[in-house]
Write a protein of this length. Sequence first.
Lengths: 167, 167
Amino acid sequence: MSTAPRTVSTTRKPKEEVADVSSEAGGTEYLETLLGYNASRAAHTLVSHFIRGVGSFDLRTVDFSVLSVIGHWPGVTSRQLCQQLNVLPPNMVVLLRDLDKRGLIERQPHPTDRRAVGLLLSTSGKALMKKAEKAASAADLLGSTRLSSAERKNLVRLLQKIYISAA
Amino acid sequence: MSTAPRTVSTTRKPKEEVADVSSEAGGTEYLETLLGYNASRAAHTLVSHFIRGVGSFDLRTVDFSVLSVIGHWPGVTSRQLCQQLNVLPPNMVVLLRDLDKRGLIERQPHPTDRRAVGLLLSTSGKALMKKAEKAASAADLLGSTRLSSAERKNLVRLLQKIYISAA
DNA sequence: TATTGTTATACTCTATAACTATA
DNA sequence: TATAGTTATAGAGTATAACAATA
């Protein structure tokens, strides 16, 4: 159930090779019946578009997600980010350290819990994310140009039906 | 654009914290507008179900995919698998070596190209995949129980519209 | 000159154990 | 006793360079 590119083998010749029994889909005909395979491949395509569009801001998907959540939930703690974005605490530490080094986020004492630290976007972090979210949205649309607006909306709904309230 | 679990922070209290301005979605409201984010999360959910259902066969998604393609395209070469499943040749080598060690695949000389090796499922590989594909299909359905049959079909169609003929 | 399969290796990502300060 | 943040490190996954055999 790996993702795959759309590059198709150039060396295959339609009829003369030994094993060309069921190669219309290049052997993936079963895999293509699985939602997991299809969702993984679509996600891979969309993430590729994301990287092309947002990579110039020097943000990986996980950096972008973290900054987006902080931006939309100012004061969020590291632990809450971990839960929301499925990142383990030790890995979040280095991630936040790097974003802090770049001056994109600020840390403030948590109002009620002295163990915790509230996270905020800095002024430059806000400016960056304003541009980055615009670029991300454009890249996301570019990755789904073959979908109508209604299809896109429907796709979001169906995908959320899978991951909301599920593991 | 990372994936996320559905575990929601337990420490947040609705009104008394500093930054509870826009936390209905836990800060992910923008991310949820992106197909890439939604597809990644849905894929993560479905792959989790896959692992629960197929992991007992000691097959990762990539092993399963490779075996499935070999099964449905007997005689396929390592290079063709790489292209079809987005795995780099050096990594495919160790993957195939392990599957070979386990007796799940066999290698035969390629009929026309003496550099290449054709891959086949062994008898036990076929037997394993018969059970594993059944388990994978069941797990995939389990991961999408909230979808009707029509919705599922539609979802596959929409996802393929994204990754077919796209990068 | 290009391609298949391969080795060796580096790099990134993800996961685990354990510590401190605080709840 | 449990949790937030952290350190150090191990392990898995992914990527690059280079080689021999063959096209």
